[in-house]
Design a protein around this ligand. Structure first.
Ligand code: UT7
Length: 349
């Protein structure tokens, strides 16, 4: 029995254990030079300020659910088959405002009449989704949950905004969580989650909701339908909250920073990852990073980083991982797990 995360945390109820992981990136790659051909930017600026070299972007006709289905089906394959009794999709770019994207994804995954709903916590959505799924499993509502982070920011970015176009990419990543025990490798938790709605305007798509409606005859500024971000303030918030939340969850888990093998933080910006490492007093090489190849994929970023590190052999079974995320809302969240034994990531295409 691992005494760090004892059954005290789950009150003797089932814990959520990672049983499979899958990802999918749209085939089309947009390099920094591609962006520089249409915007006033350069490969040198983007690499230096963000660490990003390229990102994947959907073609027109494709939507978030398409990526979510691809990643979800790979996670189910990784977990041994199409068996799950709940589906959560963390996304900021649902196929449409209503209904949620998850029921469509559950149906296309062939999972039948299972509960399915979206989690709206922007870039923290995947960690929030893990927490919600853990609750469903602990309460006996579900025994096997697909948690998908899927986003297509290319559909909400202002084509003329060189800053956000440089940062964000499209993608999806998913895990299957099964009911198990808190002492086995792969068990997720405890969690630290938080928010600060007084800073909602730092990351926002102002129009299209109930505040600024898309009503005929009541036109809104077309720019208000695009994603808007106050980069510098978001940068500071990301470093501060991910470091603070990381410390909180470690304290709840009874782990020391020295015991953590790898930190898998939301891939917002390489400079943010470096600053979080510095804030925590960690060597930079303990921060998992795949941002160079995929950019900031919002809710998909943590499962994509996990799968890449697992496939590269960086995550040995039993390795102690700290996941931490930050995003619009503002929201943040962290959790810990030991990497499961015998789980191979299925990636695509
Ligand atoms: O996913 C969670 C939420 N998102 C994040 O965590 C992102 C957090 N923020 C960031 O990563 C960074 O703030 C950015 C990458 C978005 C921007 O980097 P920065 O170092 O904060 O740049 P800045 O916004 O302060 O801009 C510095 C300069 C400006 O020019 P002036 O005013 O100094 O003349 C910008 O206009 O860089 C200019 N600039 C660019 N230049 C070339 C901004 N974007 C670009 C660009 N190419 N793509």
């Amino acid at each position: 029995m691992d005494e760090d995360i004892s059954s005290r945390e789950t009150g003797g109820r089932p814990a959520a254990v990672v049983a499979g992981i899958g990802t999918w990136l749209p085939p089309r790659v947009v390099t920094n030079d591609d962006l520089a051909a249409e915007l006033d930017t350069s490969d040198a600026w983007i690499r230096t300020r963000t660490g990003i070299a390229r990102r994947h972007v959907i073609d027109s006709g494709m939507a978030t659910s398409d990526l979510a289905v691809e990643a979800g089906s790979r996670a189910l394959k990784s977990a041994g088959g199409p068996d799950a009794d709940a589906v959560l999709v963390a996304t900021t770019t649902p196929d449409r405002p209503c209904p949620a994207t998850a029921p469509d994804v559950a149906s296309r995954l062939g999972l039948g009449a299972v509960p399915a709903f979206d989690v709206a916590a922007v870039c923290s959505g995947f960690v929030y989704g893990l927490a919600v799924a853990s609750g469903l499993i602990a309460d006996g509502i579900a025994r096997r949950v697909v948690v998908i982070g899927a986003d297509t920011y290319s559909t909400i970015l202002d084509p003329g905004d060189r800053t956000t176009r440089a940062v964000f990419g499209d993608g999806a990543g998913a895990v299957v969580l099964r009911a198990g025990t808190a002492d086995e490798p792969g068990a997720v938790g405890p969690f630290d989650l938080g928010s600060d709605g007084s800073l909602a305007e730092l990351i926002t798509v102002p129009a299209g909701g109930s505040r600024q409606r898309s009503t005929p005859g009541a036109p809104v500024d077309p720019g208000d339908h695009y994603f808007q971000m106050q980069g510098k303030r978001v940068f500071r918030g990301a470093v501060e909250h991910m470091a603070q939340s990381a410390r909180s969850v470690l304290s709840r888990a009874g782990w020391s920073l020295e015991q953590v093998d790898h930190v898998v933080a939301h891939q917002a910006n390489q400079r943010i990852l470096d600053a979080v490492a510095e804030e925590l007093g960690l060597a930079r090489d303990r921060m998992v990073s795949n941002i160079e190849h995929v950019g900031n994929t919002s809710a998909a970023s943590i499962p994509l980083a996990l799968a890449d590190a697992a496939r590269a052999g960086v995550l040995r079974p039993g390795a102690r991982l700290l996941l931490t995320a930050f995003g619009g809302g503002l929201t943040w969240g962290s959790t810990v797990l030991r990497w499961p034994i015998g789980v191979s990531a299925v990636t695509g295409p």
